[in-house]
Write a new protein. Structure first.
Length: 293
C-alpha cells in the first residue's frame, strides 16, 4: 500500500543503519547495526491495532499471588514516596492501582482500551483514555510504572521521555517487558509466548538495549533483573502439543505458583533460579527500576 509508514531509524539510538532480519519478514523485523535493538519497522494503522487488542480478556479475576506481588512491589516503592503519587501506564483493569489506592497512594492510570478505562473507574481508579504522550498531568509523580507495555510501542523512547518529564526529581520508573534473549526463546525458538506477533508486539528489548534507552533519556539504574522461565509453555511446544488451550496452561501456571508460594523450600529454589537467570540475563522477563537524576 502506498500509504504505509515505515520507521527509517532505530527507535532506541536513532541510528539509520537498520537491516531486515532474515526469516522474520512477516513481522517486519529489523535490527539496528549500532545497538542491536530489534523492532518491527512497519507502523500499523489504528484499524490493524484494534484486531489483537479486541481479543484481550476483560475478566476482572486476578490471581491472589499476583496481588501479593503487587503488595511486595509497592512496599519497595515506599522509599520513593514523597508527594504520594503513582502513575501506571497501560494499567489494564486497574488491579495494581487499586492495591496502591488501598495503601494510601494517590493513583492515576493510562489505558488505550475504553472497557479497561471503565473497569478502572468502577474501582475508583481515575484513568486517562489514550497515551502518555497526550496525557496532561496536574502534578508530578513519585513512581511511574510500565507493566508489559513498551513492547507494544512503535516509539518507546518518546514515551519514556514523557515519563521522565512527569516524574519528580529522584522519582522512580519501573518497567517490565519480555526479554528477547531469554532461555525460553533459545530452547523453543521464535514461537515462544507468541513473542513475534505483529502488530501486538513491535519492540524487542534485551537488558542492554533497555538500559541504553533509559540512560540516554537521563535515568540512573537501581537494578535490572531477568526472571522467570515458562516451563509449561516450553513443555507443550517441544511436545508439539499446540492444541492445548491457553486456559489450561494458565491453570497449570497458577497451581504451580500457589505450590511455590506456600512452600519454604520452593521459595528458596525459585529465588535461586531467578538469581541465576538474572546473572546470565536469560530470564523471560526484564524487570528494571531506574530513578530520575
Amino acid at each position: 500500500m502506498s500509504d504505509e509508514l515505515y520507521l527509517k531509524s532505530c527507535p532506541v539510538c536513532d541510528c539509520n543503519k537498520v537491516a531486515p532480519v532474515r526469516g522474520y519478514e512477516e513481522v517486519y523485523l529489523h535490527r539496528c547495526e549500532r545497538c542491536g535493538f530489534h523492532f518491527s519497522n512497519r507502523i500499523a494503522t489504528p484499524e490493524e491495532l484494534k484486531i489483537p487488542y479486541a481479543k484481550y480478556s476483560r475478566s476482572d479475576w486476578i490471581s491472589p499471588i499476583t496481588l501479593l506481588r503487587y503488595q511486595e512491589l509497592l512496599g519497595y516503592f515506599e522509599k520513593y514516596r514523597r508527594i504520594n503519587t503513582i502513575l501506571d501506564v497501560g494499567c489494564g483493569n486497574g488491579h495494581f492501582l487499586k492495591v496502591a489506592l488501598e495503601r494510601g497512594w494517590k493513583v492515576y492510570g493510562i489505558e488505550y482500551d475504553e472497557k479497561a478505562v471503565q473497569m478502572c473507574k468502577n474501582k475508583d481508579v481515575p484513568c486517562h483514555l489514550g497515551s502518555i504522550l497526550d496525557f496532561e498531568a496536574e502534578t508530578q509523580y513519585d513512581v511511574i510504572t510500565f507493566f508489559e507495555v513498551i513492547e507494544h510501542l512503535f516509539y518507546p523512547k518518546e514515551h519514556i521521555q514523557k515519563a521522565y518529564r512527569l516524574l519528580r526529581h529522584k522519582g522512580a520508573i519501573y518497567i517490565t517487558t519480555p526479554n528477547l534473549h531469554s532461555l525460553s526463546g533459545y530452547i523453543v525458538g521464535k514461537e515462544i509466548h507468541d513473542f513475534f506477533c505483529y502488530p501486538e508486539h513491535v519492540c524487542y528489548f534485551t537488558p542492554y538495549t533497555l538500559h541504553r534507552m533509559l540512560t540516554e533519556v537521563g535515568f540512573h539504574k537501581v537494578y535490572m533483573k531477568t526472571t522467570g522461565i515458562d516451563i509449561f509453555y516450553i513443555r507443550n511446544r517441544l511436545a508439539k502439543n499446540k492444541g492445548l488451550d491457553s486456559q489450561s496452561i494458565r491453570k497449570e501456571r497458577e497451581n504451580f505458583r500457589h505450590i511455590i508460594s506456600h512452600n519454604q523450600l520452593g521459595k528458596l529454589a525459585y529465588r535461586g533460579i531467578n538469581w541465576i537467570l538474572t546473572i546470565t540475563r536469560l530470564g523471560d522477563t526484564i524487570k528494571a527500576l531506574y530513578v530520575k537524576k
